[in-house]
Design a binder for this molecule. Sequence first.
Ligand SMILES: [Zn+2]
Length: 374
Amino acid sequence: MPSVFALWNAINAQVNVGMGGVAKHRSGERAGRPVGFPRLKSRHRSTPSVRFTTGAIRVEPDRKHVVLPRLGRLKLHESARKLAHRLEAGTARIMSATVRRDGGRWHVAFCVEVDRVQRLPARTDATVGIDVGIKHLAVLSTGTYEPNPRHLDAAQQRLRRLGRRLSRRQGPDRRTGQRPSNRWRRAQTQLGRAHARVANLRRDGLHQLTTRLAGTYGTLVVEDLNVAGMLRNRRLARHIADAGFGELRRQLAYKTLWSGGRLIVADRWYPSSKTCSGCGAVKTKLPLAERTYTCTSCGLVLDRDVNAACNLAALVREVTTAGSGPVAGRGADQKTRPDGPVAVKRQPGTATADQTGTVPPQGGTTHQTLARAH
Ligand SMILES: [Zn+2]
C-alpha cells in the first residue's frame, strides 16, 4: 500500500502544481467558496464521456451516421441534417465531438464554429423586464406570465416509487464487497431515465422561452440572482432548482449575443419588488405573501411580479442616460449599479464569480448540435 499512497501524494502534488491554484482555492485566497481536496474520479461512479479534438470527425453523406476517431462509424437515432447542411455550405467547422452517456442513452455533441447570419430581434427598440420566480417562471413587464411547468413536481410520485423500489434491491456495498444485483441495476437504470426525462423537459421549455425572448426584444433586463445562495433555502431549494433560474440567465446571455440584442443584469441588491413602478417610492418591507403591490404614495395597485418586471425594464433609461459604457447593438452583459437609495452590499468573493460563465468565446460563435448515437 505505501506505493499507492506515494503515487496518490504525487498525483496530489501534481494537481496542486499543475492547476496552480487548488491550494489557493482551499485557503480561500481565490474568489468563491473554499473547495476541498481533489478526489479520485472513479469510472464506476461518473458519467462516461470522451472528447475528440483531432482526427477524422465527420458526418456521413446519408446524415444518419457520424465517423469518430477510434470508434469509427456510428449510427445516429436523430438525423444530423442541420449540421450536415452547414458543413456542406461551408458555414460551420467542427471543433470537437464529445460522446457521452446520459440517461441511458449515448449522445454525441459537436462543438462547432459557425458563421452566423447577423440577425436582429423582431422588436429592436423594445425593452422588456423579466422577473423570474417560482409561481410563474417569468413575468414580463408587458404583463405576460410565462408559466412554470414544474416538471419535477409532476414526476415526483414516479421518482419516489422508483427510489423505493431501488432501495429494496440488493445494491453494492463497499465494506462487504457486495456486488449489486441485476434487479438493482435495472431499477437504477429506470430511476436514472426518469430523472433524465425531467431534465430534458425542463431544458426544452427553457430553450423555447429564451429563444423567443432573445428573438423578440432588443433589450432584456433581468435580476442578478444569487441562485447558489437561494438553493440553501431548504424549503424552496427544490422548486428553485426545478425552475432553472441560473440556466435561464445563462441562455439569455448567449442568445442575446447571437440575436444582436443586449442583456442588462440589474444589481443583486436593486429593490425591484419593493419599488413602486409608478412613482419610484421604495417600501422598507414587503412580505413574500403579499401578491399585489399597493403604493401608499400614489395609490398604484399592480401585481407584485409585474411591478418588479416594470422596475427592471425602467433600469434601461438609467443605463442609457448614465452613458456607462458602449450601449450599442452589441450584446454585452451589462451590470447596472443605479445611484440613489440602493444598498450596495457585496458579499466578498461573489463579485467576479458569476461573470466568468457568460463570457462568449473569442472569434466565431460556438454552437452545439446534439445527435443521439446508437
Ligand atoms: Zn407609487
